[in-house]
Design a protein around this ligand. Structure first.
Ligand SMILES: O=P(O)(O)OC[C@H]1O[C@](O)(COP(=O)(O)O)[C@@H](O)[C@@H]1O
Length: 345
């Protein structure tokens, strides 16, 4: 092994140790411009550069957040923004005991040759961008692929080509000393059953690990950010936490190698309470080879956005709503969350 490779491995290992800590998870605050505009609109706020800067600096600085959140995924723009007192936001995160990462994909496009499938773009120039992100303090990266579920989708082509792209991204990150978060998201949109979600998730994640192997990605130095196995939002009967836990664990035991240190679930449109209850059920089963934790976006931020509603005077309420939700998820990591905790302050 060359000295460069050994240095890289030491860097990757240090980042994994900072991110994968008992009782902690990751906060996803990397909404693209279109997505953050939707989230802000839901609480009557316009998505200006300064509103995004102010809101994100408030969540990053939330007192006590670092006790439950080991890392925050930033959107590119956030890396170079400053808090009101002039502190750069990655430095603010470090000050709160939190590692900064960054979303590096460039969104999705229709996948030619398919009906309704999409492919994520952003590989061109990625190595160069990573160097810049690292200079701004990012130590890990995230790339999201999406898979729509219908009776005939996703196609084999979508499963194969998205896996290839995700593996190339992960290999480029590791070569630069950045830990990749690998996110294949089987969407919850639709009326499909939990069995259909399990079938697709198993095929998708299996293909992703096959591609990661082909590209020589070291599984010890990556994190997986998948969907939970759950029925579609419009399915007649919603999945119970016990069903979600049983199906999810069965699926991932089949296709995720034990070398992966941690599975950090996305919330995917589950309500905050539902996501916490499901995470709790996942951690109530027998011990698994990987940590089972969160990398929630909406399920952590919804209460904070609601408390804020665009008024700076609500900063304390925003921050305490976020930390409260994070703490409830912290309980879920121990399998110690109970629904009546929602009523407590
Ligand atoms: O804005 P985009 O690129 O569509 O991403 C949407 C969001 O999906 C996530 O990957 C998962 O978020 P959720 O937990 O809200 O499903 C976030 O990291 C990201 O902000």
């Amino acid at each position: 092994m060359s000295t460069g490779q050994a240095n890289n491995e030491n860097t990757l290992q240090a980042t994994i140790e900072a991110l994968v800590q008992p009782g902690k998870g990751i906060l996803a605050a990397d909404e693209s411009e279109k997505t953050i505009a939707k989230r802000f609109q839901s609480v009557g706020v316009g998505s200006t550069v300064d509103n995004r800067r102010w809101y994100r600096s408030s969540i990053i600085a939330a007192p006590g957040l670092g006790d439950i959140v080991s890392g925050i995924i930033f959107f590119e723009e956030t890396l170079t923004q400053r808090a009101d007192d002039g502190t750069l936001l990655p430095a603010l995160a470090a000050h709160n005991g939190i590692v900064a990462g960054v979303k590096v994909d460039k969104g999705k496009l229709p996948l030619s040759g398919t009906v309704g499938d999409e492919i994520t773009q952003g590989l061109d120039g990625l190595a160069h961008r990573l160097t810049q992100y690292q200079r701004h303090g990012a130590r890990f990266a995230k790339w999201r692929n999406v898979y729509h579920v219908t009776a005939t989708s996703p196609s084999r082509l979508a499963i194969a080509s998205n896996a290839e792209v995700l593996a190339r991204y992960a290999a480029i990150c590791q070569a630069q000393g950045m830990v990749p978060i690998v996110e294949p998201e089987v969407l919850m949109d639709g009326d499909h059953s939990i069995d259909r979600c399990a079938e697709i998730t198993e095929a998708v994640v299996h293909e992703v690990f096959h591609a990661l192997h082909r590209h020589g990605v070291a599984l010890e130095y990556m994190l997986l950010k998948p969907n939970m196995v759950i029925a579609g939002k419009d399915h007649l009967t919603p999945s119970t936490p016990e069903e979600v836990a049983t199906y999810t664990i069965r699926c991932f035991r089949r296709v995720v190698p034990a070398a992966v240190p941690s599975i950090n679930f996305l919330s995917g449109g589950q309500t905050p309470i539902q996501a916490t209850a499901n995470l709790n059920a996942l951690n109530s089963l027998s011990k698994q080879p990987w940590a089972l934790t969160f990398s929630f976006g909406r399920a952590l931020q919804e209460p904070a956005l609601d408390a804020w509603r665009g008024d700076a005077a609500n900063e304390e309420a925003l921050q305490s709503a976020l930390v409260r939700r994070a703490k409830l998820n912290g309980k879920a990591l121990l399998g110690a969350y109970e629904q009546n905790m929602e009523l407590l302050d």
